[in-house]
Design a binder for this molecule. Structure first.
Ligand SMILES: Cc1cc2nc3c(=O)[nH]c(=O)nc-3n(C[C@H](O)[C@H](O)[C@H](O)COP(=O)(O)O)c2cc1C
Length: 161
């Protein structure tokens, strides 16, 4: 049987295990939203740049595409419910107590790492928008990581030293 090329591509990329993050940005009314994202990639050290890819069909496309400043929180192994929550359109608003501030940008209170970013460049690519951010500030906390692999969540403890 012939394999559908899109399915083959999805399966191949699903074999690429990633961490899980929540990107946070404010909409035009100043309300903060979160989106579960695993397309995060480090781009450059000097200057410090990272990217993530925003789906063009997202109901929240405008606020995330237009945000000048936004946050990234790398989720820990205990945050699967957080990842599921921010992947659902109805529960993506940040509630009081969810967030703290880094360089004036809201990031989630939980997490292994938090980064505050300013949009450096945007590139339309197929059905996604590549958003490249300059890192304004970053901080890290200890703990095991939440992972995403072949469509399912897992965890990895990694090195403790
Ligand atoms: C593990 C995981 C990773 C995801 N990564 C991305 C991503 O990198 N970019 C993206 O646009 N959506 C990603 N999504 C989908 C969004 O979290 C969200 O479900 C989607 O945008 C639909 O909701 P919306 O229409 O309200 O935006 C991911 C979802 C999951 C569960």
């Amino acid at each position: 049987m012939e394999i559908d090329p899109e399915q083959a591509y999805r399966r191949a990329m699903g074999a690429f295990a990633t961490g899980v993050t929540v990107v946070t940005a404010a909409d035009a009314d100043g309300a903060w939203l979160g989106m579960t994202v695993n397309s995060l990639t480090s781009v450059s050290l000097a200057p410090r740049l990272l990217l993530w890819c925003l789906g063009a069909r997202s109901a929240r496309y405008a606020p995330f595409a237009e945000a000048d400043r936004w946050g990234v929180t790398v989720l820990g192994a205990d945050a699967e419910a957080t990842a599921r929550r921010f992947a659902k359109a109805t529960t993506q608003d940040l509630q009081a107590g969810d967030a703290e501030t880094l360089a004036g940008i809201k990031v989630l209170r939980t997490g292994l790492a938090q980064l505050a970013c300013r949009t450096h460049h945007r590139v339309e690519a197929g059905d996604h928008l590549i958003i490249i951010g300059e890192v304004l500030d970053a901080r890290t906390h200890a703990g095991a990581a939440l992972t995403f692999f072949r469509g399912g969540y897992g965890e990895i403890a990694g090195r403790t030293d």
